[in-house]
Design a protein around this ligand. Structure first.
Ligand SMILES: C[S@@+](CC[C@H](N)C(=O)[O-])C[C@H]1O[C@@H](n2cnc3c(N)ncnc32)[C@H](O)[C@@H]1O
Length: 400
């Protein structure tokens, strides 16, 4: 992506029937925030590294007679640096403003959105199963994750979907269109990888855990139209919205079910061919994650695949990169982010009953969304900084 790249407008998102209407001022605000995020990431962030290399690290070494040995030491030292403070405060503000803008757009039309969602849901009543007895687990109820007011689950009135609608509106701001017109780049990446690497794998039953608004499971349901797809989440507003959104997109083979992935007694042992999560684990706690992995092991058929899109684990990178990636843990209401990225994933899988030696790490490539990013030039290859993002995934084929 060139430094002078003109970013797509929020209007480039694919319209669907439950996406809130944004007026001129909303779109202007969303676009300014998108550009602010992009500017912070592409122009300001390199200065943070420079501040570390040229000022903070030499001062640390002079004082301690050694280099920093952990990302936490880097963070403690950087907290005093004005350039870091400037970047960090702006990044945090941009995130808060994204959510405020999404909330303004969604709350203004809260009743109309609920009615629209209810009508679509009533047209396919058998594929939405809400269950008021499901408790929102502490990893979700105790914190407004990434500064999202009401997190994923808050309902302010019966049939409220505003937290979900505002999430749908705001994803674009943080990713500058990187996720594509339907914010489904992650799901597209899984579909693409399966088609290229495992063309004979035709799952008949698919489970997605922590589906939120269902944006990343829709491409899989479309790729495997004969499959029965079950998408679970604990958050009622998200499930209502996700179901209506899928119906609006003409996708009828996904059942959205309110359930906690830590224990899914309603599903039989070894009853799924494919179990996925997308950007999920970093929002689960040290108690939730082992339970969910054990559930996946119980539910996955021998010969089946479990695949998880997630940011890379910290041990794969240098200390400075760990420190920058760890920003979310301390400044973006993501308390599980750092602890999760420190985990030994093979050990976690092994504790859940899997054979850890079967685990693989892979980059999965999203299809370029030409409606937003234009056509790729002939001969272009490799990573092109946003137009063909490569996602990190880990997974495991369960031995028959
Ligand atoms: C980061 S979001 C996942 C995003 C989404 N999968 C995507 O493709 O971008 C995490 C989601 O997991 C849900 N969640 C968290 N813990 C859960 C659990 N134990 N069982 C089911 N869903 C859970 C949250 O309500 C939230 O919607």
């Amino acid at each position: 992506m060139s430094q002078n790249k003109t970013l797509p407008s929020w209007r480039a998102l694919t319209s669907h029937e439950v996406m809130p209407e944004a007026n001129h001022d909303d779109v202007a605000r969303l676009n300014v925030l998108t550009h602010l995020n992009y500017h912070l990431g592409s122009r300001v962030l390199p200065g943070v590294k420079q501040a570390f290399e040229q000022h903070v690290k030499p001062a640390f070494v002079a004082q301690q007679q050694r280099e920093p040995e952990t990302r936490h030491e880097i963070r403690q030292a950087m907290l005093q640096n004005g350039y870091f403070q400037f970047w960090s405060a702006l990044r945090r503000s941009a995130m808060e403003m994204r959510h405020q803008t999404g909330r303004i757009v969604a709350l203004r039309q809260a009743d109309a959105l609920s009615a629209q969602v209810a009508a679509l849901n009533a047209s396919a009543p058998h594929s939405l199963a809400l269950d008021a007895t499901v408790q929102v687990p502490a990893n979700i109820s105790e914190v407004d994750i990434h500064c999202q007011p009401g997190c994923y689950y808050q309902e302010y009135f019966e049939a409220d979907v505003t937290v979900a609608a505002s999430y749908d509106v705001g994803l674009f701001v943080t990713t500058a269109g990187l996720l594509g017109g339907l914010s489904d780049g992650g799901g597209q990446a899984i579909v693409n990888w399966l088609a290229l690497q495992h063309p004979d794998f035709k799952p008949k039953r698919i489970l997605d855990i922590g589906c939120t608004i269902g944006h990343n499971i829709v491409p899989l349901a479309q790729a495997f139209p004969d499959a029965e797809v079950i998408a679970i989440d604990v958050a009622r507003p998200c499930l209502r919205y996700a179901h209506a959104r899928a119906v609006a997109l003409g996708v009828s083979n996904i059942s959205f079910v309110q359930a906690n992935g830590e224990d899914l007694p309603q599903f039989a042992d070894e009853s799924f061919d494919l179990i996925t999560t997308a950007m999920f684990w970093h929002e689960t706690s040290h108690s939730a994650m082992p339970n969910i992995l054990r559930t996946i092991n119980r539910l996955l058929k021998p010969g089946g695949l479990t695949l998880h899109l997630e940011q890379p684990q910290y041990h794969q990178m240098g200390l400075y990169e760990q420190f920058i990636r760890d920003w979310d843990t301390y400044f973006n209401n993501e308390p599980y982010w750092g602890p999760m990225h420190d985990l030994d994933l093979p050990a976690m899988l092994s504790q859940a009953g899997f054979n850890a030696a079967d685990m693989f790490d892979v980059g999965v490539r999203a299809k370029v969304d030409e409606r937003i990013f234009g056509k790729r030039e002939a001969g272009e290859s490799g990573e092109d900084y946003g137009r063909a993002p490569v996602w990190n995934a880990f997974g495991l084929w369960k031995k028959p």
